[in-house]
Design a protein around this ligand. Structure first.
Ligand code: SF4
Ligand code: SF4
Length: 326
């Protein structure tokens, strides 16, 4: 039965990703959207096949909850490496590696602050919002090029303890960033200064990852520093997927140390509600011996809800892997 589910999910993901990327491949754009097509005629079709097979493999593996922590993190870091490699090659070697060639800073905070400062939406915020509508908070557990680094660095350490006053810092940073993006626009602060400040913010974030997340074994950057992550926490509710803690939970707290987003503290387990920072990553599901942690989508069973969630997140991950570049 389990094997059949693995294959079912895997084949569905393969067909969906192949279909979506085939549409992308046939679009009549100034430059082909799939990178391989830019180098070899019909190479885009090879890319469609390879990425669809890769997505199907992930689907097959991740049907087993015990495999989720390993394969989710691996695929997320692959996404980040591909994204940043294309960016660096595009800037230093040839613009063929870029999507539009219009450079913007690859710092997640800019997805929030950029539109406030410019007074208009661009492609990145639209892409970001579409992931929230389809998969809720999965931006911060599957797609973000920065979060993958926080996940990888914190994942090498055992979680130590909860961060005191982390939430106060998180929401203060969120409000300060929004205020200054608006303020700079109002008083007409130029691009040079705002770009420098954004780079400084990004570098500080890298420091948070390598010093704090690394030290405490928790995704401190994503949970307490990144304003885009805070926005995800606030607006993820527009998507109907949830993680529930059912009454079979004995408060043994086995899952607590697994959650790198600090969303399974004792008070969360007692109230049967994961913390606001839960990204539906799914790492905790297998850690519970009582099957008390479950995905929920409307009144569907937890297994069906989880399968639909995996289908959506893995498919989007694969499609972004093929087309998300600056
Ligand atoms: S919190 Fe920020 S850096 Fe982390 S995954 Fe979310 S958007 Fe990316
Ligand atoms: S509560 Fe579970 S699903 Fe939510 S972020 Fe933590 S480990 Fe991931």
């Amino acid at each position: 039965m389990e094997k059949r589910n693995n294959w079912l999910l895997s084949i569905s993901i393969f067909l969906f990703v192949a279909l979506m990327l085939s549409v992308v491949q046939t679009l009549n754009t100034a430059r082909p959207l799939l990178l391989l097509e830019r180098f070899v005629k019909h190479g885009g079709w090879v890319e469609v096949l390879v990425i669809a097979l890769y997505a199907a493999f992930l689907g097959y593996k991740m049907t087993d909850p015990a495999c989720v922590p390993k394969f989710r993190k691996l695929s997320w870091i692959v996404f980040s490496i591909v994204f940043f490699s294309q960016f660096i090659l595009g800037v230093t070697v040839d613009t063929i590696f870029l999507m539009t060639g219009k450079l913007h800073l690859p710092i997640p905070m800019m997805v929030l602050a950029g539109p406030i400062y410019r007074g208009q939406l661009s492609i990145m915020p639209i892409l970001f919002l579409s992931t929230i509508i389809l998969t809720g908070p999965a931006w911060c557990s599957h797609y973000c090029y920065f979060g993958a680094i926080d996940s990888w660095v914190s994942g090498r350490r055992k979680k130590k303890f909860f961060i005191k006053n982390g939430s106060a810092f998180k929401w203060t940073t969120f409000i300060v960033v929004i205020f200054f993006a608006w303020f700079f626009r109002m008083v007409g602060v130029g691009h040079f200064i705002t770009t420098l400040l954004a780079i400084l913010f990004g570098l500080l974030g890298v420091g948070v990852i390598f010093f704090l997340s690394n030290r405490y074994g928790t995704m401190i950057h994503c949970t307490y520093y990144c304003p885009l992550g805070s926005l995800v926490n606030l607006i993820k509710w527009i998507n109907p997927f949830r993680l529930t803690i059912v009454d079979s939970c004995t408060l043994c707290m086995r899952c607590t140390s697994i959650c790198k987003y600090d969303a399974l503290k004792l008070e969360n387990l007692k109230s049967r509600n994961p913390g606001i920072s839960c990204t539906l990553c799914g790492d905790c599901i297998h850690s519970c011996h009582h099957q008390s942690l479950r995905y929920k989508l409307f009144s569907l069973s937890s297994n069906t809800s989880r399968s639909i969630y995996l289908f959506l997140t893995i498919s989007l991950h694969a499609i972004f892997l093929a087309i998300a570049r600056i």
